[in-house]
Design a protein around this ligand. Structure first.
Ligand code: ZN
Ligand code: ZN
Length: 276
């Protein structure tokens, strides 16, 4: 298995937006990103970051939110994969950490590719949960999964996507009702925790600082749930210091992941896939 960072764009923020105690003067670009996972049993995209229609989609967001949000599109995930010579028809599915706008914007760029969600997140989507676009997407094929596996790394249940321990999803409701955390474990033992929006910046874990309360109030469905999962990840990082924490909006997490190799590298069958 191999994983690649697909940073599709950024929002221009300050550190204070990301965690309690952060500076209002420290400018910080928040990553809007996906993660491409090349797995022998089927490739996955985890979150999409900004998609091709972000400009039109953004206009459907509430005015106050737009007034506070400045973003820059770099390149949508679908185009990054295409430029690397990857045929998106080879994707097994798109797995989302949660259904907020900045994580699902690119779903329409992958027509026909199933989207893996928990039943709770599916319900959140169907109710037009907060933080989504004004107009819901149509024609998306959702596939639901459950947490039939036992406890995993301090979380009460788990879903092992291919049964080999490489991609394990655990429930992490709080930020949204059916949000998840995804653990990716490479052959060499490198392990990433894609924590979605549990925290926006790593200081949320290293400094044990939640988002500022006003942001929590608007951004989290259930603040207690977020706190409970934050404490689980803090404890886990304490016992596994080598664990690479990748908050969905922290550039530093994605910087610890390889980027896509040059054209044709990943599609030519006789070229072995290197596990970084
Ligand atoms: Zn979110
Ligand atoms: Zn987000």
């Amino acid at each position: 298995m191999a994983v690649f960072a697909l940073v599709t764009g950024v929002t221009h923020r300050v550190a204070a937006f990301g965690y309690r105690g952060g500076s209002f003067f420290e400018r910080r670009d928040f990553a809007m990103a996906g993660t491409f996972v090349k797995h022998p049993q089927g490739d996955l995209l985890i979150d999409t970051g900004f998609g091709r229609n972000i400009k039109e989609q953004f206009l459907t967001m509430p005015l106050l939110f737009r007034a506070m949000t400045f973003y820059k599109l770099r390149q949508p995930a679908a185009d990054q994969l295409k430029d690397a010579g990857y045929d998106q028809k080879s994707l097994r599915a798109i797995l989302i950490t949660h259904a907020h706008w900045d994580h699902v914007s690119g779903l329409p760029d992958f027509p026909g590719v199933p989207v893996l969600v928990t039943p709770l997140e599916r319900e959140f989507i169907s109710k037009g949960g907060s933080g989504q676009f004004g107009k819901p997407f149509t024609g998306i094929r959702y596939e639901e999964y459950g947490f039939e596996g036992g406890p995993y790394l301090g979380f009460p249940g788990s879903h092992d996507v291919y049964g080999d321990g490489a991609i394990v999803v655990v429930p992490a409701s709080g930020h949204t009702p059916g949000g998840v955390i995804i653990f990716l474990t490479l052959h060499n033992g490198t392990r990433y925790a894609l924590v979605g929006d549990l925290v926006w910046q790593r200081e949320g874990i290293t400094f044990r600082e939640e988002r500022p309360w006003i942001i929590r109030k608007f951004a989290d469905s259930d603040r207690e749930g977020t706190r409970e999962n934050l404490l689980r990840i803090i404890a886990l990082k304490g016992s596994l210091p080598e664990l690479i924490i990748v908050p969905a909006h922290d550039m530093r997490g994605f910087a610890e992941m390889p980027t896509l190799p040059p054209v044709n590298f990943i599609t030519v069958s006789h070229v072995p896939i290197v596990t970084p």
